[in-house]
Write a protein that binds this ligand. Structure first.
Ligand code: NZQ
Ligand code: ZN
Length: 390
């Protein structure tokens, strides 16, 4: 097992009616900015419920709505101005990954004077982390189980055709309220996106190469098996509380640092997927489903042992040669995504061979030239992956 240093400071408050904990979780004297998306939080009545909870201690509460899916730098900058002008000292994100990520950016960009007037610099550090001194504390009320943003220190921010990773330990939420019932208003396609995103988060930290991370492997396999058990059920019946609760908790656990501690991590599917979203507006989850099987077809040599382990332990595949078992595991994964109504082909997303050069150029522009758990996935291999995903 690799060495690791794991710290996760986010308090998780999970279950029905936990919104009532907001009054205790947010400091009583805070000046709060509630951030939300394009309208679902208002439509479902959640925004009013959140405000009523915060009102109990007579806090000053401001609102900032309109954070779009794949949150845009220009939109978020409007909130940064509000935070500065109104001396906001607590941010409350009410929404999915885009709202939570956008709020993390707002937190970093508004709290550090060295970024004043050059806030786009916050987007330039990638996985190395933003060298920030401070952040406005933030909490989240999660409405979409998918990204794990509610318990991690990452954000993905869009600026034009660039989709850029922002990392800082300062933006771990202080708390996240996970009430599965708040996700019942999601349309089916967003539930499916969340299942796929969670699935791919797990395999990016699991289908790599073995390092005797036995517990991490079993955590990963446990999440994958849970998703397979409840995925279809929760998509078809949003009122099935237990199924939805399992999805919500799986999504959080898939990307809070735990299962990836001490083991190799890949993330190549995500990096290629991000470019597809930036260039073609494809939902994040859909971009991953279209790239993962092609990635495994191309990288089956590098990932051989873990693909065989995945085949046996997650899908129960024990018959046939090594190659046959790997083929079967890839096919079962595709069947699972299809059962959720999610395609595993780029052509179904309107992305064809003529678009591949632009994707490769974007990967190059963003320095994504040595991806994967081995660091050997160069632009040539990325092109092979796109070709294998047609
Ligand atoms: O904007 P509103 O009106 O709220 O509608 C949203 C949005 O249109 C809607 N929605 C959310 N909760 C709802 C709801 N509709 C009805 N009822 C509810 N309860 O769902 C739509 C999609 O929301 P979004 O937040 O964009 O989805 P998701 O949570 O999948 O987040 C995707 C973003 O997260 C990034 C992605 O790149 C993308 O920008 N990621 C963030 C990560 C992280 N921070 O660790 C890791 C991920 O791999 C990912 O890259
Ligand atoms: Zn993801």
């Amino acid at each position: 097992m690799f060495n690791f240093n794991f710290h996760n400071p986010t308090r998780i408050v999970f279950g029905k009616d936990q919104l009532r904990e907001l009054d205790t979780l947010v400091p009583a004297d805070a000046r709060v900015l509630i951030t939300f998306g394009g309208g679902s939080a208002r439509r479902t009545g959640l925004l009013d419920r959140v405000k009523a909870e915060l009102d109990r201690s007579g806090r000053t509460v401001l609102e900032f709505g309109g954070i779009e899916p794949n949150p845009q730098f220009a939109t978020l900058m409007k909130a940064v101005e509000i935070v500065r002008a109104e001396k906001v000292d607590f941010l409350l994100a009410v929404g999915g990954g885009s709202v939570m990520d956008g709020t993390k950016f707002i937190s970093l960009a508004s709290a550090n004077d060295e970024f004043k007037g050059r806030e786009e610099a916050v987007l330039s550090y990638g996985f190395a982390g933003v060298p920030a001194q401070a952040a406005v504390p933030l909490g989240t009320v999660v409405t979409l189980p998918a990204t794990g943003s509610e318990m991690n220190m990452g954000a993905v921010i869009s600026k034009g055709e660039d989709k850029l990773v922002v990392m800082s330990p300062l933006v771990f939420p202080t708390f996240s309220i996970l009430d599965p019932e708040l996700t019942c208003t999601l349309p089916e396609n967003q539930v499916a996106n969340g299942i796929v995103d969670t699935f791919v988060h797990v395999v990016e930290q699991y289908v790599t190469f073995p390092v005797e991370g036995r517990l991490q492997d079993r955590f990963a396999e446990g999440i994958l098996q849970t998703l397979i058990e409840v995925g279809r059920r929760t998509k078809d019946d949003p009122q099935d509380y237990d199924a939805r609760a399992n999805l919500v908790w799986s999504a959080t656990m898939a990307l809070n640092g735990l299962i990836g501690s001490g083991v190799p991590q890949d993330w190549a599917v995500h990096m290629i997927g991000h470019e597809l979203t930036a260039l073609h507006g494809v939902d994040h989850g859909r971009s991953l489903a279209a790239v993962l099987p092609g990635m495994w077809r191309v990288r089956r040599g590098q990932k051989r042992e873990k693909l065989l382990q995945y085949a046996e332990r997650v899908w129960g595949i024990r018959e046939g040669s090594d190659d046959e078992r790997i083929d079967a595991a890839i096919a079962r994964t595709e069947d699972f995504f299809h059962s959720l109504g999610v395609s595993t082909r780029l052509s179904d997303l309107g992305i064809t061979e003529e678009h591949f050069d632009a994707v490769i150029a974007s990967l190059e522009k963003h320095g994504m030239t040595a991806l994967s758990e081995h660091g050997d996935l160069n632009l040539e291999v990325s092109l092979q992956v796109l070709e294998a995903s047609r």
